[in-house]
Ligand binder design. Structure first.
Ligand code: SF4
Ligand code: SF4
Ligand code: FES
Length: 264
C-alpha cells in the first residue's frame, strides 16, 4: 500500500453537484480504498466518498441511515496502530484513511424453531455452546460501531439473565464486526438475536394495546375504511394526506388525539 502526502494543505475546488451535502469550496483529501488512493471531498461519509471515487455499491449498502448494518468498514489512520470500526454511511472521511469494507462476515447461525423452543437460557447455551469459549478480552465491545456493550451481553447470557442481555443488545444492527475480532470465535450478534426473540416472545409483558388493535383489525372494524381509501384516486388521497390532523411535534407522550377518529 503506497502512501502519498495529504493534499488537504493545498485545497482545491471540487464538483458540488449535491449542494445539500457538499458546501461551496469543499476541499479534497486522499483516502485509500483496498490500498488504492482516491481524492474525495472532505465532507463526505465513507460511503458517499467511495461513490464519488467511482465505486458502485452492489453489496455493503442498505438503509444509508445507520440502521441496517450492511456497511461496516474497518480502517486505520495514518501513523496510528489502532484499528477503527465504523459504518460507511455514518462515518465522515479523514485524510489518509485506509479502508476495507466488510459487508458480510461468516458466522455460525444456529437453526431453531422459536415457537417450540424452551424459553430458558439453557436453550441458548445448547444452541451456542461456543458462548463458553469467551475469554472476556472485550475486543467485541471495542469493535462495535454502535457502542453496544457486547462483552456485557455475552456475560449476561452465560449467567442466564435473558432480560439484561436483551436490553444490552437492543441497539445491535447485526453488522458482524464483533465476530470479526472474537478470540473465542463467537457469533455474538446471532446469539443476542436469539436471546431477544426468546425475551420478546415469552418473557416481556404482552402489549395489551397491540393485541386489542390486532383483534379489532381481525374483527373487520377497518374493512369499510380500507375499501373507501382504496376506491379514492391519487389526488383525493393526496388531499386527505396533506390535510390530515397532525400530532404536534412536542406533544407529551399519550396526550394527543385527533378530532376525527374515524381511522383509529
Ligand atoms: S454487537 Fe456486533 S453485530 Fe451488533 S452492532 Fe455491535 S459489532 Fe455489530
Ligand atoms: S471478543 Fe469474543 S472472546 Fe473477547 S470478550 Fe468478546 S465474545 Fe468474549
Ligand atoms: S447502509 Fe445501513 S447501516 Fe450503513
Amino acid at each position: 500500500m503506497s502512501k502519498q502526502e495529504c493534499s488537504c494543505a493545498t485545497p482545491r475546488q471540487v464538483a458540488t453537484g449535491d449542494r445539500a451535502i457538499l458546501p461551496e469550496g469543499a476541499r479534497t483529501i486522499p483516502i485509500y480504498v483496498m490500498g488504492k488512493r482516491y481524492e474525495v471531498p472532505e465532507t463526505l461519509t465513507i460511503m458517499k466518498a467511495m461513490e464519488f471515487a467511482g465505486f458502485k455499491f452492489l453489496r455493503g449498502a442498505g438503509c444509508r441511515g445507520g440502521i441496517c448494518g450492511a456497511c461496516p468498514t474497518v480502517y486505520r489512520k495514518e501513523g496510528d496502530y489502532k484499528l477503527y470500526f465504523g459504518l460507511a454511511c455514518q462515518t465522515v472521511v479523514e485524510p489518509n484513511m485506509y479502508l476495507a469494507q466488510i459487508p458480510f462476515y461468516p458466522a455460525n447461525r444456529a437453526q431453531y424453531e422459536i415457537d417450540t423452543i424452551k424459553p430458558a437460557a439453557e436453550s441458548i447455551h445448547a444452541l451456542y455452546p461456543e458462548l463458553f469459549r469467551c475469554v472476556a478480552c472485550n475486543n467485541c465491545t471495542k469493535a462495535c460501531p454502535m457502542g453496544v456493550e457486547v462483552l456485557d451481553y455475552i456475560s449476561a447470557i452465560k449467567q442466564g439473565d435473558i432480560a439484561r442481555a436483551a436490553r444490552l443488545s437492543f441497539d445491535c444492527i447485526q453488522c458482524g464486526m464483533c465476530a470479526s475480532r472474537c478470540m473465542g470465535e463467537l457469533p455474538q450478534y446471532h446469539i443476542a438475536q436469539l436471546t431477544r426473540r426468546i425475551y420478546g416472545k415469552y418473557i416481556q409483558p404482552r402489549a395489551e394495546h397491540l393485541e386489542k388493535r390486532v383483534a379489532e383489525i381481525e374483527s373487520g372494524k377497518y374493512d369499510a375504511t380500507l375499501k373507501d381509501l382504496q376506491s379514492m384516486d391519487k389526488e383525493k388521497l393526496e388531499k386527505l394526506y396533506k390535510e390530515r390532523e397532525r400530532e404536534p411535534d412536542m406533544a407529551p407522550l399519550g396526550t394527543w388525539m385527533p378530532k376525527d377518529t374515524q381511522y383509529l
